[in-house]
Design a protein around this ligand. Structure first.
Ligand code: GLN
Ligand code: ZN
Length: 762
């Protein structure tokens, strides 16, 4: 007999109003004690559990909570602490724990990197010469806590060994099987303890299996899960995946576990079921409600999918759940008071998603009739949203009729660059910056005053103008060749445009964790996107009026705006990307009309948007490059288009970068110069390029020699006539003195390099 249960994979940690963040930061600032921190976070954790129980979730996750990051929690569970923190065994204390995450006076923090294709960042475990031991069974502590204080018999969540090891660093690939053998008994011990404490079912997250893992991972999985089954019989194990379909599905479903968690929202898992079936007697945990987006689920459609899924399950249970942990979406929409009710009616944050899970579970158990009213209610809300905001015929038909021609500049790049050289008369190795200049306390404070209505629009605009004026003068004084206005009017490079474009809505409390206590508030794309009027023209033309040197127009590109927003899923993503591109094109035309000669369109999120499934890469990269060109193609041949990206692992997207057809690209490389320069060795890049010549992430002012060395190294592969000198990213997080100090050195280094080059040629 098939049981049908509702479940959750993970719940947001941050609290409805980011109480978690505030508690952590107060503790780091020394404003509250460790005891107070633990008390506050326990309160948040228990409250999260209580909410899930009240919503009617059958399998409530425990152990998904963390004081920083769940991968770090897994590492410290096993005493994996880098040597430099002088850890001496036993449960890892809070100071060491936060030290690994954030660094201490004597030891640098562990590296942080993106969690699969999300904007969540985890702390990369370092396995170099550690002797792992089960030093503190965190999952067990949380399991007992939930049981004892709330009477919740939770479902412990642990990060599986294969994924944990594959995400770690500090070992040679060939030692992977040995490491699996080292960790296996520790995991077994952890599971035994959970089982003894009464846990009946454990969720073991193995999302690495949605990527193209090697044979070694598959072999390891066979061994690990066979051992679990033998050593801890009676404990149900759910092998949980998310974010894409499982890559080696046929082999994975042979594993001797109780059941498998599959993502039926991202990646076509249903197709896998159709093609390969589902093993008899196994539980299927169906991730059916999108854990990565904030739009309400079409309950009727989802129930149909669940009914189809059900046909593949024979003598096993069905678990209805979100497609991934809900840590990727905000907590609840009930706090939003300023959103148009029609838009609000189409939203579903974590709490609302769990309600959807419960409704769908009921529908699957009792039949469609049992949730008729709920289905009708969603249908109505979604239809209203569609009629009101997703029926902009002008935009829709513009997107439909697009051709390759619409995204192609009239003049080829070599010719353009020649004409632009004539026009701008810039020195060899021109200097510039990436866009933002220091956002001082004063800037941030004045903006909040304006947001709170304490100063008028005019006063705020005046203040921004003063900042621009001050910094145009500073940049001239520094003798930088191509100037920027400084982005003082923007808090965030996506939210700023979200506040100004049609089809976007910003939220008040729609925070999601990005890393540690840092949260971001992505704008929502609820409808068709279009240009509502100039967004950047006033500030840029003001800046340009103050100087004879060119000032760059500064925009965020279509790919980045889309990737860093919560876009509704009714219109295909790539169509929304094109809608954004067409809106940006209007802005670019307006800038050009206002006399701006150089326009930078930033795409820092281009690479991270790369799908997990390599089969989808080409399409993505083609669409992304097309959208960028669509935004920029109508400018005159002597208008120079710049773009910026902040990463260097680059080989795999080199062609796409070329396909953007930007005249000048600046990229972050100061921390990995060699690598990138060699990418250029293998590829011949004909357009102009600025490789970041110093690292803006550090407050340190670089020396002339350092910057000069970076320039010289690049000039060995890139012709001087193509090379620009710039920092490797925006300067908004730096202090004013640091920025001026560093830029002074940068300009001096560029001049020195210039002199050497000219004396060589005469
Ligand atoms: N123009 C932006 C800035 O300088 C680019 C930021 C980014 O690359 N993330 O801040
Ligand atoms: Zn950058």
């Amino acid at each position: 007999m098939t049981n049908i249960l509702s479940s959750n994979i993970g719940y947001p940690r941050i609290g409805e109003q980011r109480e978690w963040k505030r508690a952590l930061e107060s503790f780091w600032d020394g404003k509250i004690t460790e005891e107070q921190l633990l008390q506050k976070t326990t309160e948040i954790r228990l409250n999260n559990l209580r909410k899930q129980k009240d919503l009617g979730i059958d399998l409530i996750p425990v152990g998904d909570f963390t004081l920083y990051d769940h991968v770090l929690d897994t590492a410290v569970t096993f005493g994996v602490v880098p040597k430099r923190f002088r850890y001496e065994g036993g449960p890892v204390d809070l100071e060491t724990y936060f030290g690994i995450a954030r660094g201490t006076d004597d030891a640098v923090a562990s590296e942080m990197t993106k969690w699969f294709n999300t904007n969540y960042h985890y702390i990369v475990p370092e396995l170099n010469d550690v002797q792992p031991k089960l030093v503190e069974n965190r999952a067990l502590l949380y399991y007992k806590e939930a049981k004892e204080t709330l009477g919740i018999d939770g479902k412990p969540v642990i990060l599986g060994p294969i994924t944990f090891l594959k995400l770690s660093k500090g070992y040679e690939q060939r030692d992977f099987p040995k490491l699996v053998d080292t960790f296996l008994p520790l995991y077994v011990e952890q599971l035994k303890q959970l089982h003894e404490a009464g846990a009946k079912i454990v969720q073991i997250d193995e999302p690495i299996f949605v990527t193209d893992v090697g044979e070694d991972a598959l072999e390891a999985a066979k061994k690990v899960y066979r051992t679990f089954a033998e050593e801890v019989p009676g404990l149900a194990i759910l092998f949980q995946t998310y974010f894409e379909k499982i890559h080696h599905y046929e082999q994975i479903i042979q594993l001797p576990v109780t059941g498998f968690g599959l993502d039926f929202v991202h990646g076509d898992s249903l197709e896998l079921l159709r093609e390969y079936g589902f093993p008899q007697g196994k539980t299927l945990a169906a991730g059916i409600v999108d854990g990565r987006n904030v739009w309400r689920a079409d309950l009727g459609g989802k129930l149909t999918i669940l009914e189809t899924i059900k046909q593949f399950v024979k003598d096993g249970d069905i678990i209805v759940q979100p497609s991934s942990s809900l840590l990727h979406v905000p907590v609840t929409k009930t706090l939003e008071e300023k959103i148009d009710p029609v838009i609000l009616g189409g939203l579903s944050f974590a709490d609302e998603k769990l309600r959807e899970v419960v409704i769908l579970t009921k529908g699957l158990k009792e039949g469609r009739g049992a949730i008729k009213a709920e289905i009708a209610e969603v249908d109505e809300a979604l239809a209203e949203l569609k009629t009101k905001y997703r029926s902009d015929e002008a935009t829709r038909s513009a997107v439909k009729s697009l051709t390759e021609d619409d995204a192609t500049r009239d003049t080829p790049s070599d010719e353009r660059l020649k004409i632009q050289k004539e026009r701008f008369q810039l020195p060899l190795l021109p200097t510039t910056t990436i866009g933002s200049l220091p956002q001082t306390q004063e800037v941030r404070r004045t903006r909040s005053k304006w947001r709170r209505g304490e100063i008028t629009d005019q006063e705020y605009e005046q203040f921004i103008k003063e900042q621009i004026k001050k910094w145009i003068a500073i940049q001239e004084e520094l003798d930088i060749d191509v100037l920027v206005h400084g982005e003082f009017e923007r808090t965030d490079m996506v939210e700023y445009f979200g506040e100004k474009l049609n089809g976007f809505q910003v939220t008040e409390y729609g925070w999601v964790q990005s890393y540690g206590s840092r949260c971001v508030k992505p704008p929502l794309i609820f409808g068709d996107v279009s240009w509502a009027g100039p967004m950047t023209v006033k500030e840029i033309t003001y800046a340009q009026s103050l100087t004879d040197r060119p000032v760059k127009g500064m925009l965020t590109g279509p790919v980045t705006i889309l990737n860093w927003s919560f876009a509704h899923d009714e219109t295909p993503r790539y169509d929304i990307m094109k809608q954004i591109a067409l809106a940006l094109r209007k802005e670019i035309e307006a800038l050009e009309e206002a006399g701006i000669k150089i326009i930078q369109v930033d795409e820092p999120a281009l690479r991270e948007g790369l799908p997990l499934d390599p089969e989808k890469w080409d399409e993505y990269l083609n669409e992304a490059a097309y959208a960028f060109r669509l935004a920029t193609a109508t400018v005159k041949k002597d208008t120079q288009i710049h773009t910026h990206m902040c990463y260097s692992e680059f080989g795999d997207i080199f062609d796409a970068i070329d396909a953007l057809d930007a005249d000048v690209i600046s990229i972050e490389t100061s921390r990995s110069h060699g690598e990138l320069v060699s990418a250029f060795e293998e590829n011949t890049y004909k357009k102009e390029i600025g490789l970041g010549v110093y690292d803006i992430h550090s407050p340190r002012i670089p020396s002339l020699e350092e910057i000069k060395t970076n320039i010289d190294r690049a000039l060995r592969t890139i012709p001087a006539s193509q090379f620009w000198v710039n920092p490797d990213c925006g300067l908004k997080t730096r202090k004013e003195e640091e920025t001026i100090g560093a830029l002074k050195v940068m300009v001096a280094a560029a001049k020195k390099a210039r002199e050497e080059l000219t004396s060589k040629t005469v």
